[in-house]
Ligand binder design. Structure first.
Ligand code: SF4
Length: 411
């Protein structure tokens, strides 16, 4: 597929006199935007800048297409097709900006480092907090941790990977004794007969996974989407429960209450493999239907219909994402959805599973992130990214040296 307006992604930083006009280079890379990590092949063409009557040569990304990998089956979405713009856009900011008189003004790296160091120096160590983003590479995230703990000496460091899905990870660890994220291969999806997608908008956040779900539907699966919004994913569902924001846990409890009343639970599995069931049933008994429907905003009829669909299906899956996990008590919300699985899907002929569908790359704590290695940046269109990262690392090292000079470094 041709990329529209490729002239806009002219890479000013790839200027190289040694590259001949007309040279075409292919590079294999992968999209960093979500957990599918689709593989892509980009085509970069070197062109002469004829508009300015010079002999300079620029590189343009002229094509980006998906290549085969197991998760995406060769698909790539529009985000992946345009991911290269992070490094090739002419609008990319390439120098520090310091606010002066209310205006962001270009500064040198040295000025920026001096400025930041001065601010840090003026504060006690633990008055400084450090927060890393999901786009950091493994190495940069590691460096950030060292910079915060050793360089600054603060105990306040957090990271997108923890905030992003810690509720789901801790829920999995609490219930199963371990955190495994995806508990089944993607290829199992099309064999599920009832799929609950709770707080996840896969059609827009992980579009290349959608064929797994449409194939399941074609094979007779029922898809239930739990989401306050009428998303693209909700539009393809067989049943959409537009739950009130923050009430997903109560909705799961209502479904479980109905399944129990209908005798659709796997009593043998519950007795042999779970604990706490008595406390759970005591809690469910206290919930009345008016309270559930008033608070969830879902009609009793639809809630019971969803529970019946899930309880009677021979195989089932529940997939949760940030919509459930990033609530006031996302940890408990996830656990209550897992309760649905444990109470109905424990028997051998019902291959239930959970998955935490992610709208970002698979990231964990800063120092154990396993994907997006700098080595994956070793391709032509991403050279700038590596240069910038190297600059940032050098900047952090310089800042540490500066702090050491000023006797701020924690021994
Ligand atoms: S599905 Fe995710 S990894 Fe694949 S191209 Fe789209 S955003 Fe990138």
């Amino acid at each position: 597929m041709k990329i529209a307006g490729s002239s806009e992604v002219m890479n000013h930083y790839q200027e190289a006199a040694s590259v001949l006009p007309g040279a075409i280079h292919h590079a294999t890379t992968q999209c960093p935007f979500c957990s599918v990590q689709c593989k892509a092949e980009v085509t970069i063409e070197s062109r002469e800048d004829v508009s300015k009557s010079t002999t300079r040569v620029f590189q343009y990304v002229t094509e980006s297409k998906g290549t085969l990998n197991k998760a995406s089956e060769g698909r790539i979405c529009v985000k992946g097709m345009n991911a290269h713009q992070h490094t090739t856009s002419a609008r990319r900011i390439t120098s520090p900006l310091i606010k002066k008189d209310g205006e962001l003004t270009e500064a040198t790296w040295e000025e920026a480092i001096q400025y930041i160091a001065g601010k840090i120096q003026s504060l006690p160590s633990n008055a400084v907090g450090v927060y890393g983003g999901g786009s950091l590479t493994n190495e940069t995230a590691y460096m950030l941790g060292k910079f915060a703990r050793i360089g600054i000496g603060t105990k306040y460091i957090d990271y997108n990977g923890r905030f992003c899905m810690s509720a789901a990870a801790s829920a999995g660890a609490k219930v199963f004794g371990m955190d495994r994220g995806l508990t089944f291969p993607l290829s199992d999806i099309e064999d599920a007969k009832c799929i609950i997608l709770a707080g996840t908008n896969i059609a827009e956040c992980q579009p290349t996974l959608m064929p797994y779900f449409t194939r399941a539907q074609e094979k007779g699966a029922v898809i239930i989407v739990i989401d306050p919004r009428r998303t693209s994913t909700a539009a393809m569902a067989d049943l959409h429960l537009a739950v009130r924001p923050g009430m997903d846990m109560l909705l799961a409890d209502g479904m479980l209450k109905w399944l129990r009343e209908q005798g659709l639970l796997d009593e043998a599995f519950i007795a042999n493999r779970t604990n706490g069931y008595e406390q759970l049933t005591a809690y469910l008994d206290k919930l009345d239907w008016k309270y559930i429907t008033d608070n969830t905003g879902v009609s009793e009829e639809n809630l019971k219909l969803a529970a019946d669909m899930f309880g009677k299906a021979k195989t089932g899956m529940v997939l949760t994402a940030r919509g459930v996990e990033q609530q006031t008590d996302g940890h408990l919300a996830v656990r209550h959805f897992i309760n649905l699985l444990l109470a109905t899907g424990g028997s051998a002929d019902k291959a239930a599973g959970t998955e935490r569908s992610q709208d970002k790359g698979m990231v964990r704590e800063a120092e154990s992130m396993v994907k997006r290695l700098i080595s994956s940046l070793d391709i032509a269109p991403l050279r700038m990214s590596r240069t910038v990262i190297t600059s940032l690392l050098c900047g952090a090292l310089n800042l540490m040296k500066f702090l050491e000079r000023e006797y701020l470094l924690t021994k």
